[in-house]
Design a protein around this ligand. Structure first.
Ligand code: 6PG
Length: 242
């Protein structure tokens, strides 16, 4: 695991954008395409905007394939949709071919959408191990990541790739990558900035293992992948070993 602590939010975003570009270039050179699972929430918006403003002509975007680490069980044109946020801040501005974007088909209903997403991922990886080239994750102030929330059954999932479940904390169904799917990725990058995340970062990185309370502790590469934490000083401020 690698901590990349920057003094400011903009430096964190610059670092992750540069890592994204490097990972994309390596994957495209190695196997002709780059599979990335985007994070939801608000933190990634500025990363997307930076990729558009600075990397539009530095990455072969036509060889990038976009998935979503989790999705809210809402229509894809709903303001809460992670797909809609990515469409508005990244996919449309870059003119990404919709054929290269895999939204969670929430119109099917949560359970069927999770099943369909599992099949889409298997088809993309053509029966091989679903090892994404990059999975970007956020961190909630309650230590959840993707839609792996505290005290939910999905935390115990050891084989399924995608699960749908009702999350009482947010009063909605979510569809989420499971920890086993995230952990086989070649690169896993947390993007966490702001003081409000400092306690959660400390829980995940320094407190005793308690995955029910701190689900993001589940995230550990199992396929020789890289785990990187892109943090600003504020989000890292509660760490004793920086
Ligand atoms: O669908 C979601 O909301 C995300 O996948 C979720 O895991 C998010 O990354 C964290 O809640 C942090 O969200 P913020 O970046 O908005 O703080």
């Amino acid at each position: 695991m690698e901590l990349k602590i920057s003094s400011t939010e903009s430096e964190v975003l610059e670092n992750l954008a540069a890592f994204f570009a490097e990972a994309a270039q390596k994957a495209i050179a190695d196997h002709g395409r780059f599979s990335v699972a985007l994070s939801g929430g608000s933190s990634p918006k500025k990363l997307h905007e930076l990729l558009v403003s600075k990397y539009a002509d530095k990455i072969d975007w036509d060889k990038v394939y976009f998935f979503f680490g989790d999705e809210r069980d809402v229509p894809l044109d709903d303001a809460q949709s992670n797909y809609l946020m990515a469409k508005q801040t990244l996919l449309d501005p870059l003119g990404i071919d919709p054929e290269h974007v895999f939204p969670v088909q929430t119109a099917l209903g949560a359970d069927k959408a999770a099943q369909a997403y599992t099949e889409s991922i298997a088809t993309y990886f053509n029966g091989h191990s679903a090892a994404f080239d990059l999975i970007i994750l956020g961190l909630g102030d309650n230590s959840h990541t993707a839609s792996l929330f505290p005290y939910t059954p999905v935390l115990q999932e050891e084989s399924a790739a995608v699960e749908a479940l009702y999350i009482d904390e947010v009063k909605m169904n979510r569809i989420t990558f499971t920890a086993p799917l995230i952990n086989i990725a070649h690169n896993i990058a947390f993007l966490v900035y702001g003081k409000g995340k400092a306690e959660a970062v400390k829980h995940i990185l320094e407190d005793e293992r308690n995955i029910e309370l701190y689900p993001a502790q589940l995230i550990k590469p199992t396929n020789n992948g890289k785990l990187l934490w892109f943090l600003d000083a504020a989000a890292a401020s509660a760490l004793s070993n920086k």
